[in-house]
Design a protein around this ligand. Structure first.
Ligand code: PAF
Length: 221
């Protein structure tokens, strides 16, 4: 496994499956990585604790970080690349785009976490720009986050007509990283051992130049 601080080495790859994380890897992430391996693509796991999605500075400071343990997990899983950028790479002085989640971002979970979904959209967009993945994998632990990620893909990448966006719904033990951060007991929200509940295929017409196709894989309940 190569550990990358920048994406220079990834420039010529159009075969990347990206699993974005904020580290503190647990069983949920590991199930995403196993799914990534099934794609046969090169696997990039990004680890970046994105301060923009923390509305409380103290939560950001207290967020669990154990990079050595994470690297060992990724090594054992035989991931191709661990992308562990520093802040300058993610938030450059120029060319940096802040995204806004609008009204929906202030509702539901967002009502108690002002700015959270702006921060999520901003970082996911930045990771897409840097890595240009062929496939991205997200857990569905946060339905509202997923809603925004789908919107981002549709809007930013011009996926007006979804053609080949394949979504897998699978059983996924939802160990909440936030629970670990705040010292609560992580709770598996899903205990039904379905393998593949359903699979939906759409059409995809991608105008973004680096995406000849993009798959969004969602592991869920
Ligand atoms: O779900 C998460 O772990 C984070 O919100 C994400 C998508 C990695 C962005 O920082």
């Amino acid at each position: 496994m190569k550990i990358l601080k920048t994406t220079d080495l990834l420039k010529n790859h159009n075969d990347i499956c990206l699993v974005p994380t904020m580290g503190a890897l647990h069983d949920g992430h590991i199930s995403l990585i196993h799914k990534a391996k099934e794609t046969g693509l090169k696997i990039v796991v990004s680890i970046f604790v994105n301060k923009l999605q923390f509305n409380d500075e103290q939560d950001f400071v207290n967020y669990p970080r154990d990079i050595e343990k994470d690297i060992k997990i990724l090594n054992d899983l035989d991931v191709d690349f661990a992308f562990i950028p520093d802040e300058e790479t993610i938030y450059p002085k120029s060319g940096f785009e802040n995204l806004y989640s609008g009204n929906v971002g202030n509702k539901y979970e967002g009502s108690s976490r002002p700015g959270h979904f702006d921060g999520v959209l901003t970082i996911v967009n930045r990771l897409f720009q840097l890595i240009r993945p062929h496939t991205v994998i997200f857990g569905s632990k946060d339905i509202q986050q997923l809603f925004f990620i789908k919107k981002l893909i549709t809007f930013k990448l011009g996926l007006g007509a979804l053609e080949r966006n394949t979504i897998f719904f699978e059983c996924f033990f939802n160990w909440s990283t936030a629970s670990i951060a705040f010292g609560l007991r992580a709770t598996p929200l899903c205990i039904t051992p379905h393998k593949s509940i359903t699979k939906v295929s759409y059409s995809l017409n991608i105008s973004a130049k680096w995406f000849s196709s993009l798959n969004l894989l969602v592991l869920s309940f």
